[in-house]
Design a protein around this ligand. Sequence first.
Ligand code: EPU
Length: 597
Amino acid sequence: MSFTIEKNKELKDITSFHISAKADYYATYSTAEELRKLSMTEEFLNNEILNLGEGCNVLFAGDFHGMILHSCIKGFKRYDKDEETVFAIAGAGEKWDDFVNWTIGEGLGGVENLAGIPGSVGAAPVQNIGAYGCEVGSVIHNVECFDVITRQTVTLKGDECGFGYRDSIFKKEGKGRYIVLRVSFRMKKSDKAANLTYGPLADLEKRIQHAPTIHEVADEIRKIRAAKLPDPDVIGNTGSFFKNPVVRIYFYKEVMSVLDPDIPYYETDTPPYVKIPAGWLIEHAGLKGYRIGGAEIYPGQCLVIANRGGATSEDVLKLSDFVVREVKRKFGVTLQPEVNIIDTKIKVTILGSGTSKGIPEVGCYCPVCTSDAKEDKRMRCSALVETGGMKILIDVSPDFRQQALNADISVLDAALITHNHYDHVGGFDDLRPFCALGKFPVYLRKDVNSDLHHRLDYCFKDHLYPGVPSFEMHEIENSPFLINGLKVIPVTVMHGKVPIVGYRIGDFAYLTDVKTIPEEEMEKLEGLDVLVLNALRYKDHFAHLTLDEALALIQEIKPKKTYLTHFCHEIGKHAELLKKLPDNVLPCYDGLTFITH
Ligand code: EPU
């Protein structure tokens, strides 16, 4: 046997949402060696790679322009360690519930509370699947993986997998790098169920009049699941569409319970954080059974979005956006998807396109500053990039609050910072609404980070004033890094004499405040679909490109399309500037959106 590669694969029947989408390539393999050989093919090397188990936790937002990998590594084995402990090893390509049944048949306890969960063994550690008081990470001994970078097999111990609530290293630093081959579970040689704390199981012993066996617990859980969750073979769905938000108790008491004192919460193992049942919030926002197109909030369990026939990914995403907005409006908390949204499109919104003083300039009455055209009102520079199910901000301008309101931003996953000039970082305090779920991730150069620690010292003290924003600062080098698996390439450019950063994501790049680009950085800009580039005015400036300099640079970089930004009023009116530019160069304006790959 060898690996297989299929082209133009329809995904409707191999994903549990049963929504149509195509993948450029679909590859299967049955051994680690086959995967190693596959990883050396042109198709593998030249494409974005995505692992797909049983397709039970993904939504394809459109066709997938890359290669999907599907493991067919099979087999269950047991190694008896001692009188009490057995290591149960399962191939990534086995169905999760087949594994649960096998362990029960072998008289091994540990995963019975996870009975009936759709999906594959390989996906279980990735998602750290959890239900009825058990998370799989707590019983994982180790995970054998193929490392795409070294092309070697590596074994990660359970405590190296970064397990958290529906989270693991495989969704973060390890995304796109580690492909799960086999998982080893630490099982108990016992027929007696050990974990009966979760609500609906608590009275099981009383009901059946003896200590429940693992078999009985699994049966009970299958019954509860069947009553609440739709069978994906009959009604397309991916289980919980949203995560239960984990918020600081301070936020719960000061914001949420003020909006509605009945909102329930549960303690977590990580105080001061508490967990809020998202299903309750969605139901009490009045959205039970709410439909957009073929997508529905499933009445039996509001955490689920169901495909009631003919749903498109747009229906599901529109419904999900609506739910997020309504829950935020009513209860003050932002829901985040639990399902993996696969989106190779990049949507960019220009939030601000003006230079440091903005347009109109305060106290200026020139024709540009007094123009009525909305395109001539320019806030300070910043952009929103939406891709891979994430919303990433580039720079936090002093106008950020207004920009967030204008663009209706209710969720943000991270911010990328180009440099520390006030017009690019002056709005940091207004990131507060995005810090409620924990520290907000910011990616920036080391020098910018130390400067922000001075400017925003109140955010980094040992004893914080309640409610101040909290940030997780990631210092970047001049080499690619990953945000939840999304590859971001920093491009060092010169702002006069100061080195600053631009960013490339896929075939889109955002470069602001450029005067020159070092020769060695130019190759990072090859083959761009869309470039956003600054062009201050006509007259020379020591630190910014003029319009002519920008046009000359565009001729060198050769992107398919360029949008110019960071204008001062001397650039003239938008409508007039538009007429002066070549066909593939357009001026930005605030609120402009475009989609690229
Ligand atoms: N609730 C409502 N309305 C609803 C749904 C729930 O008021 O429409 C209330 C329930 O009454 C209950 C609370 O919310 O008081 C929690 O509900 P439930 O016990 O059903 O669990 P859940 O929080 O909705 C989580 C997991 C499920 C898992 C169950 C059982 C997440 C995102 N979901 O759901 O996992 O099966 O607990 O442990 O953590 C999945 O991940 O796909 C999944 C189904």
